[in-house]
Design a protein. Structure first.
Length: 307
């Protein structure tokens, strides 16, 4: 099933990829109220047909706003293509990301360099016409208020969106996977990572009054205070653990750090409860997050993000 109803007016759409473990991974969200339809993170180009089918199943006839939490290919790569089917929609994006979505050549090149074959599977990033994309802190439409919060950390161009009691969190708190018991959470700290910036964004969002949390990866939770408390503690566990082994010169570095975190990060202890293919995908992205923190330790946060 590609579409799940989380609340009366909220739907999660699975954008699975033909790669090992890339299922129950990319969340696109459809929110409808007062004849207004909002879509959060349309995902990569390759799954826009899946998304359109889910939109039709939800009985949606039009899209008013497309909200991008950030411009990484797995969240925003298909936005320009979706606009060809719903040309009345307006895209909201971080101001630093707008130029890259209008002309995505540099973003596409960077995506291929970092992700390789995975980027090719996601598909080339579709450009967005400049008159269809902008940034607004607050949007008032159809009796609904959309509040955007700038939350640099996972990316310098990261945004979270609050609509009533619902928070669309992107990757500000990392990556989750729904389990029957417990909270599995992993930080999403790729290069360029700056600890202070990431933590400040987490604290900002943790202070919001919301009751429902929608992840970019993956799913939906009703305990946002627990999620953000866990994410803040986890961030420090990862930083301290990686720094310990970085100072020691532990080798093989990635394997030793991973095993240490499996033992000492309370949320990561649920890793072995994940399906085997999800574990494979999790290990793949673990290395990316580890490298972001290691690079921060090497430079002590002196660098700034390139896009």
């Amino acid at each position: 099933m590609k579409i799940h109803q989380s609340l009366e007016n909220l739907y999660l759409v699975d954008l699975d990829q033909p790669l090992e473990g890339f299922r129950n991974f990319i969340s696109s969200w459809i929110f409808t109220q007062n004849d207004l339809t909002i879509l959060v993170d349309p995902g990569p180009r390759s799954t826009i047909p899946v998304l359109i089918n889910a939109i039709q199943k939800a009985g949606v006839k039009k899209i008013d706003y497309i909200l991008l939490t950030h411009i990484h290919i797995d969240h925003a790569g298909g936005a320009g293509l979706l606009l060809q089917y719903y040309p009345e929609a307006q895209v909201i994006c971080h101001p630093q990301g707008i130029c890259h979505m209008i002309d995505p050549e540099k973003l596409w090149s960077g995506s291929k360099k970092v992700l390789g074959h995975v980027a090719e599977v996601y598909g080339e990033i579709a450009p967005i016409p400049k008159d269809h994309i902008s940034y607004q802190d607050r949007v008032e439409a159809g009796g609904i208020s959309i509040q955007a919060f700038q939350t640099p950390g996972h990316a310098v161009h990261h945004l979270c969106y609050q609509i009533g009691n619902i928070l669309f969190a992107g990757e500000v708190a990392g990556v989750s996977y729904p389990l029957e018991k417990g909270l599995y959470l992993r930080p999403a700290t790729p290069p360029v990572f700056i600890y202070e910036q990431f933590r400040n964004s987490l604290e900002k969002i943790a202070a919001l009054s919301v009751s429902h949390l929608c992840f970019g990866h993956y799913g939906y939770r009703r305990d946002p205070k627990n999620v953000f408390s866990t994410a803040l503690k986890q961030l420090d566990i990862w930083l301290n653990t990686i720094e310990k082994h970085y100072r020691r010169g532990s080798e093989p570095f990635e394997e030793i750090v991973f095993n240490d975190l499996l033992r000492n990060d309370p949320s990561l202890t649920y890793f072995h409860d994940l399906p085997k293919d999800i574990q494979v995908r999790g290990k793949y992205f673990f290395c990316n997050s580890l490298n972001g923190i290691r690079t921060y330790l090497e430079t002590k946060g002196s660098r700034s993000s390139q896009y």
